[in-house]
Design a binder for this molecule. Sequence first.
Ligand SMILES: *Cc1c(COP(=O)(O)O)cnc(C)c1O
Length: 399
Amino acid sequence: MGFDPSSKIQDRLVFGEFGGVNPSITDSSTYTFLSPDTMKEVFEHEIEGCFLYSRHWNPTNKYLSAALAELESSESTLVTASGMSAISSTVLQICSAGDEMISSRTIYGGTYALFKNFLPRFGIKVRFVNMSDTNAIKKALSKRTRLIFCESISNPLMEIADVPQLSKIADQHGIKLVVDNTFSPMIISPLRLGADVVIHSLTKFINGTSDCVAGCICSNDEFINELTDINGGASMLLGPVLDSYRAAGILKNLHSLHIRIQKHSKNALYVSKQFEKLDFKVFYPGLPSHGQHDLIKEIMNPGFGFGGMLAVDVGNKEIADNLMTKMQEEKVGYLAVSLGYFKTLFTSPSSSTASEIPKNEQEKLGLSDGLIRISVGLDNDIKRSFKRIIRCLKSLDLV
Ligand SMILES: *Cc1c(COP(=O)(O)O)cnc(C)c1O
């Protein structure tokens, strides 16, 4: 008897799983069909349990999507190759040339650049407004407005979006409310508060190990089906497919998200309070001094705290740069963009993650160049970590 591995595998592959506690990883770009008729049917509409081609769907991405749908209480979820592709696919699915959208003016720099520089090339006009100014939003609405976009906790100034209020406005005008929830998974559930679409950069807290870039779109079945439609779906046709090996890794990390978020929040609250005690201007929604502390308390899910992100104004760019260099030397964490890593990461938004926003706009937003954004890590002993920060502050005569 000759050895034919493919026939042996084929017999067992029908159900794909071998009893492992983790789902097996799809290692295929294409899938076999038992009959040409079924293939034709799958081209016309999705059939549960049937796969065609991995840019459309693959089993591993389905597992991750199902878990993320559970996280965001969405009917359906689509995973993508990045947070940016989740945003661009969503916007391009909803808006056509001649349409308009309203966006918060304080958003992630990449999103800002997409909206400000890229979308106008395709005839989509974006009006940037202060999301806490309801009148400004109403004034910016027109017959061509298709969606309102905001971040539930904004980058980098930690402004809170009043999702219930915004969803009322969106509903009244028959348009969609799209919320980027990257800073607050578990903490805020925008879909339950009335949003239509939730986006995540999985790159950040959800994966939590800063080893890959990924994103997702959570919404109802109808919208996810539109996005993946073979003839007109933005994600199907633009093709930002997440690799299944990465999807499997993210799925495993997702299982500890609730514990990590609690610890990130606890540590960030401690660091915020300490900086505030030292008379620095701190932006953290868990502090009573934060302008929307009451709002976040109203809309947040109990038990997860106020998140792992804070910003502190240390005066000017030179001081910020010196302090961050010192903090890295003292092993407080790393001078790096991104967030949600198990170690503390810090960056100066004005010259990095928000550098796409012109300087005069930055000033209007209150985004000073002395601002340091800190993604507080999972330090076991945060008091000891803060003592290191104090050493840095002292060495620069800041306290
Ligand atoms: C990082 C980030 C994005 C972009 O996500 P990528 O995974 O880097 O493409 C979008 N929004 C926010 C709030 C982010 O922090």
